[in-house]
Write a protein that binds this ligand. Structure first.
Ligand code: SF4
Length: 889
């Protein structure tokens, strides 16, 4: 160990450095102090010469003295160095703090010159809490460290060469930094241009992961192209409490979990088993990184925007793109700026920001937009609070939501053991915020100081009522003034801050001998949160007032709630801190009125048991018969002792078999689709000529069919059952051209398939609109459909069809739709040698026994060269598999 006064072995470096600093006295003084502090505190035993260079190099980069941060030879990157922490002893910390300050993990920053050198001003907050801040001792680091250099290189090419140097919003910066091949772009028009992007990560929940993995298997890749994780959270029913419910789910869903676990192991995917947590909370705690791009197969994926990430909810087919290294397409979104000013009041929480905003924008107001928050108000928000706001941005239909990098993100990353990510982000913080003078397509301003708590619902999240007016709202509607259950937690609101504020209220009530008047349920978002709450005594308090702790899973938020306190269809009201409240969502009862509020408001109102209760102004009666009014809630943003180390992701034997029972009705391996035989299609039958709307719900219905999501053959029994037949004005009734009898659409399709007859669908405008459900494309292809002819296609579904090797053709003349009848037979001209922009002729034959007439209809398509390759190989994944096998020859 170095002794005080010992000569620095890296003296020459300091001499060189000080020479570089020139005559700036302040900077020289501080640099000298750093050197001295290290030596005097004996830190040199743990800090190598390289470490010191790194720290000072970073400070000099931030100060503009150096053009680039110090290059770390050891790790071959511009980095803050250590993969392992430097042990920090309290005594040493204090000595250094006096002179220059410290960061957790022993990082040095230069306090006296923070404007000139060292980390940006926004890190004052870290400075203030340094001494008390928990310094994780674990060596475990989740996720990956972003490669900001590469992203910035891409961005700067796009910004300078394509956009003429115009200032950009943060969302634009992150998207354009992730362009697949920026050199192939000529211009970007928001709302028009389709961007081909390269996501950094994929996360999937257990319901949607099944078909995504089954498809990915067809690629014959040995591992996913980007880091990927699976989270078992949707299939656990809330009934008897956490442990029992998880145990039951492991039995009832064994085949699904076995399949997901075994395939995750095989492909190097991180697997989070049942009970480990809800996808978005786990992602926030482990994988979300500022400035990166993630796809998640769940609509509340934008939760990660609370950590400055662009995180977009997609269908399984999109996730497969990223996993299989296929460019992922997104229409360049417009950017809706939300300027936050002021500071939240004591009873108001981040949830109220989004409850208020959803009311303003309505459920469609964010469509085609990314919501980007900015303004002085964001500096006072916790990282998890920002995640709540981004999570519920899905309720306005926004592509995603995000915040710029803030000091609370730094603290959260550090507290969740991702120091390296935190420091990289701070190093590149100018990339992680909007450019000065960036233009938003629309701006909404919210003054947090004027915001009051809101309650939204019932039945729609955009029916937003300020708390002070809620009592009148209930009276006006004549609803019973009673709350049957209060539910807090879920992926939206189960942060340490949320829970500790709830506990502050519960403690007050407990002291006054009060118990909730309604059932009270708590859903922790992850095992990490659950274990931390348990360690810090939160559950002891919550359970003392009769709170039921449910599994770390979606449970009542997604209808997995075996409720026993009401009769079927009984009208009743519940209050939740969740994000979505459509009819039937929580308990399958259409008469349950489900209101959304912050966890604090839900908790206080659950004690009252009345919808009219306003905890800010109203009183309850305590055990001594005296009036009791809640004091405002308070709580720690982060646990002072750090998060408990809970279950982490698992990755086991990568050579083990993927487990699918041959008798399974819920899972089935996919067979690669046939390649294009290289000759024109002949004798194609018309399965159905659809009249009017044909959404992905009409093509592949949800509801009870969802349990077959992993079994293409079984789920195909719902194919087009919602389609209205233009021939007979009946839903799901068509004529079987081979037998002459009427039957359901899936039955006729199966009959054709069995008899080797291929078929087409004729449709009107916007075929395949609605959710991006890959099954809608997979099923028609599976049952024998090579072509769909429509007046127009919904863009996402059109791409999904192309990926599965189906050719979407569009009538050149809309009226030609009327020329075709359900009993016609079709031949193609122009599918062989298909080229972009080259039309395809549909030759229609009508009549029988040699007595028939023929006429031609012109159609066009939007297939690119790449997509034509998909078609020729039978599907996009076939092409990947083909390329992989050629590479391996
Ligand atoms: Fe979706 Fe609710 Fe689960 Fe969150 S908790 S992932 S919103 S179902």
């Amino acid at each position: 160990m170095a002794k005080t006064g010992e000569k620095s072995s890296h003296e020459s470096y300091w001499v060189e450095l000080l020479a570089k600093l020139g005559n700036d006295k302040q900077v020289r003084e501080v640099a000298g102090k750093i050197s001295k502090a290290y030596v005097n505190t004996g830190r040199r035993s743990t800090l190598t010469n390289n470490n010191v260079k790194l720290r000072l190099g970073i400070a000099l980069f931030n100060a503009g003295v150096e053009e680039k941060p110090y290059y770390n030879d050891e790790y071959e990157e511009y980095a803050l160095g250590q993969r392992e922490e430097v042990p920090v002893e309290a005594g040493n910390d204090e000595v250094i703090s006096e002179e220059v300050g410290t960061f957790p993990m022993g990082f040095v920053f230069i306090n006296p010159l923070k404007n000139k050198i060292g980390l940006p001003l926004q890190f004052h907050r870290c400075l203030a809490t340094t001494k008390n801040q928990f310094i994780p001792k674990t060596k475990y680091v989740s996720g990956t460290v972003p490669q900001y250099e590469k992203l910035i290189e891409n961005l700067s090419f796009v910004q300078k060469r394509i956009l003429g140097g115009q200032p950009l919003t943060l969302a634009e910066k992150i998207l354009y930094a992730h362009l697949w091949d920026p050199k192939k772009i000529n211009n970007i028009v928001k709302g028009e241009t389709y961007l081909k992007l390269k996501p950094d990560r994929v996360a999937m929940q257990d319901a949607s992961a099944q078909m995504a993995i089954l498809q990915f298997m067809l690629s014959q890749m040995s591992s996913t192209a980007v880091p990927t994780s699976i989270h078992c959270d949707h299939l656990i029913e809330a009934f008897k409490g956490s442990d029992k419910d998880v145990a039951t789910a492991k039995i009832t869903n064994k085949e699904i979990f076995d399949f997901l676990r075994s395939s995750a192991n095989r492909y190097g995917i991180k697997f989070w088993g049942p009970g480990s947590g809800i996808i978005h909370q786990v992602v926030l705690e482990n994988y979300a990184t500022p400035g990166e791009l993630m796809l998640g197969t769940d609509s509340h994926t934008p939760n990660a925007g609370g950590l400055g990430m662009i995180a977009i909810g997609v269908g399984g087919a999109d996730a497969v793109d990223a996993m299989a290294d296929i460019p992922w397409e997104l229409k360049a979104p417009k950017i809706l700026g939300v300027k936050l000013t002021g500071e939240l009041n004591e009873w108001t929480s981040p949830k109220d920001v989004i409850l208020h905003l959803v009311g303003k924008l309505t459920v469609r107001g964010g469509t085609g937009h990314i919501i980007e928050y900015f303004g002085p108000g964001i500096e006072k928000l916790s990282c998890t609070g920002m995640a709540t706001i981004c999570n519920m941005g899905a309720e306005v239909g926004a592509t995603t939501s995000l915040f710029p990098f803030t000091s609370s993100m730094y603290s959260y990353l550090t507290s969740t053991r991702r120091q390296q990510v935190a420091h990289q982000a701070s190093l590149y913080s100018s990339y992680l915020k909007a450019d000065v003078d960036a233009k938003y397509d629309q701006v909404i301003e919210i003054n947090l100081s004027e915001l009051e708590p809101h309650i939204n619902g019932p039945f729609t999240p955009d029916l937003s009522t300020p708390l002070s007016k809620f009592s009148d709202f209930i009276k006006k509607n004549g609803w019973k003034d009673e709350i049957k259950a209060g539910l807090i937690g879920s992926c939206t609101n189960s942060s340490y801050q949320d829970m500790s504020r709830v506990v502050s209220l519960t403690t007050q009530a407990l002291d006054k001998g009060l118990q909730p008047k309604a059932d009270f349920f708590i859903t922790p978002g992850s095992e990490q949160i659950r274990e931390t709450m348990e360690r810090d005594g939160h559950f002891e308090i919550l359970e003392k007032v009769g709170g039921h702790v449910l599994a770390n899973a979606c449970g009542p938020c997604i209808g997995q709630w075996k409720r026993t306190d009401i009769q079927k269809d009984e009208e009743n009201a519940i209050l939740t801190s969740y994000n979505r409240n459509f009819r039937n969502r929580n308990d399958g009862n259409p008469s349950t009125m489900n209101f959304l509020a912050s966890p604090e408001i839900v908790t206080a109102m659950t004690f009252a048991g009345k919808l009219s209760f306003n905890p800010i102004t109203d009183t309850l009666i305590d055990k001594d018969g005296k009036p009791f009014k809640f004091s405002s809630p308070f709580g720690d943003e982060l646990p002072s002792e750090g998060f408990a180390e809970a279950q982490i992701d698992t990755l086991a034997d990568r050579t083990a078999d993927i487990i699918i029972s041959p008798d399974s009705t819920r899972l089935q391996l996919l067979e690669p689709f046939q390649i294009f035989p290289g000759k024109e299609y002949d004798n194609l039958r018309i399965l159905v000529k659809v009249k009017g709307k044909c959404t992905t719900d009409h093509i592949s219905a949800a509801g009870p069919w969802l349990k077959y999501k992993g079994h293409l053959e079984n789920i195909s029994n719902n194919t087009l059952i919602g389609a209205l037949n233009a021939e007979n004005n009946k839903v799901n009734v068509v004529r079987n051209a081979l037998t002459g009898t009427d039957d359901t659409i899936p039955n006729v399709a199966r009959y054709y398939k069995k008899n080797g007859v291929q078929w087409v669908v004729i449709a009107e405008h916007n075929y395949g609109e609605g959710s991006a459900r890959e099954h809608a494309a997979l099923q028609v292809r599976y049952l024998g459909c090579p072509i769909i002819i429509a007046k127009s296609f919904a863009r996402i579904h059109e791409t999904n069809l192309k990926k599965q090797g189906v050719l979407p053709l569009v009538f050149k003349n809309d009226d030609d739709y009327n020329l075709i009848t359900g009993s016609d037979v079709i031949t193609t001209i122009g599918v062989v040698g298909l080229k972009p922009d080259k039309d395809v002729i549909i030759r229609v034959r009508r009549g029988k026994n040699g007595d028939y007439k023929e006429f031609d209809i012109e159609t066009k398509h939007t297939m690119s060269e790449d997509q034509i390759e998909w078609f020729n190989k039978g599907s996009a994944l076939n092409l990947i598999a083909y390329k992989n096998s050629s590479r391996n020859l």
